[in-house]
Design a protein around this ligand. Structure first.
Ligand code: 13P
Ligand code: SF4
Length: 397
């Protein structure tokens, strides 16, 4: 499949994307106010340049900046960005890299907003973290905000008699990471969710897991928690749409959030792939729904998906349930294996895709001229507890 790499003018001008949500609770009613992330418009010549000119300009700026800058690239970034990354990785590995390069003055994070926030929290005080396009967010992360989570916590602690520990997925805003840190909880990623849940259950009989219900449910199910002991918390309903008895009985309370990319994979697609290639291996990300995960041969984070393929012999056949930029790259790098996307109507992560090479060029050229644009700064009052939650994540084995 060919993905269009031209820069839509609407994005170049900083128009639009999905609005982030702020919720105000008034007498039990959740009122949502939308606020749109702001991206300064790029000068015209950035989107008039050809792909070759853009790549050449990135090369020049990158070389001139030398070791002052480190570029991190998430696996869902397009090839034209990945080629410039000093380090690639899943969310966990990139968080480790952000903490491990104090020599670099600037960390240019080619990923999405919550990843850049975490890098800012984990990096040294003198370092500046830059997100090339401020509108590169995550629709799943936007499904839980601090007002909703506080409201949920108040309701839960009022009706549940046992202690609860909150765990937030890395795909969440920094203030939610601070929320869990302050209450004894931790952050987890898709590569250490089982260890994080085990860690949490050693400390409390109940866990509130947000914002991805699927990662929470899949991990709980793999750990042997019966589905009857998991409930879904809908932030738009009183008591999350549960009865107080259900909440008393539940061990795992799952926030009603999901990833729109991974929700596209279905059991029917797994069955079709198996019918077409009887020896196919189904390899999916844990943000997929439980039926897909149960039908898969292997489940793992983006880094674990890459490792599974890299360690397989020639001739192995894979149907992969994750974002298309990564699947296409794996197929190109491993022509000795058959690798295709489980979903025939592939859907890229539209927010990851907002890191167009023109934005990378723009931030690097600004740095060369002594201007720091698109710096991600987590406010001091959030930093401390968010760091505590992230440090717990990095320490959990
Ligand atoms: P990984 O941590 O597996 O890279 O996942 C991040 C993500 O956003 C998946 O949708
Ligand atoms: Fe968020 Fe899904 Fe995109 Fe990952 S793939 S960044 S969870 S929207």
């Amino acid at each position: 499949m060919k993905i269009c790499t031209s820069l839509p003018r609407s994005l170049a001008n900083g128009a639009k994307p999905e609005a982030a949500m702020a919720t105000v609770t008034l007498g039990g009613l959740a009122l949502r106010a939308h606020r749109t992330p702001v991206q300064e418009p790029l000068p015209d010549h950035y989107f008039q340049a050809t792909d070759e000119e853009t790549q050449a300009a990135i090369a020049t700026a990158r070389a001139a900046l030398g070791s002052r800058v480190v570029i991190l690239g998430h696996h869902y970034q397009r090839d034209e960005i990945i080629r410039w990354a000093d380090y690639t990785g899943d969310s966990y590995k990139l968080a480790q890299h952000a903490a491990a390069r104090p020599d670099a003055e600037f960390i240019v994070f080619c990923g999405v907003h919550f990843m850049a926030e975490s890098a800012d929290i984990l990096s040294a005080d003198h370092q500046k973290v830059i997100l090339p396009n401020m509108t590169a967010g995550c629709s799943m992360a936007d499904m839980a905000d601090i007002y909703q989570v506080r409201d949920c916590w108040e309701q839960l602690t009022a009706v549940v008699s046992e202690p609860i520990l909150p765990i937030t997925y890395m795909n969440s805003a920094a203030n939610l990471k601070a929320f869990v840190g302050e209450r004894g909880g931790a952050v987890c990623t898709s590569s250490n969710a089982a260890a994080a849940l085990r860690w949490a259950f050693e400390r409390a009989p109940k866990v509130l897991f947000f914002p991805d219900q699927h990662l929470g449910r899949n991990t709980g199910w793999k750990m042997g928690i019966p589905l009857e002991e998991m409930v879904l918390w809908d932030p738009d309903q009183l008591l999350g749409g549960c009865t107080s008895e259900q909440l008393q009985r539940a061990r795992l309370i799952l926030w009603k959030g999901h990833c729109s990319v991974h929700n596209r994979f279905t059991l029917a697609q797994v069955q079709e792939a198996r019918a077409r290639y009887p020896d196919i291996r189904i390899l999916v990300h844990p943000e997929c729904t439980l039926d897909v995960v149960q039908a898969a041969d292997e489940v793992g984070s983006t880094e674990q998906i890459i490792r599974a393929i890299e360690s397989s012999p020639p001739g192995t056949k894979w149907a992969v349930g994750t974002e298309i930029n990564l699947v296409n790259r794996l197929a190109q790098r491993h022509p000795e294996q058959l690798i295709f996307c489980l979903d025939p109507v592939v859907c890229p992560c539209s927010t990851m895709y907002r890191i167009h090479p023109a934005y990378l060029r723009w931030v690097l050229e600004n740095l060369l001229e002594g201007r720091v644009v698109n710096q991600i700064v987590v406010p001091a009052e959030i930093r401390h507890w968010a760091r505590v939650a992230l440090d717990r994540m990095l320490a959990i084995r």
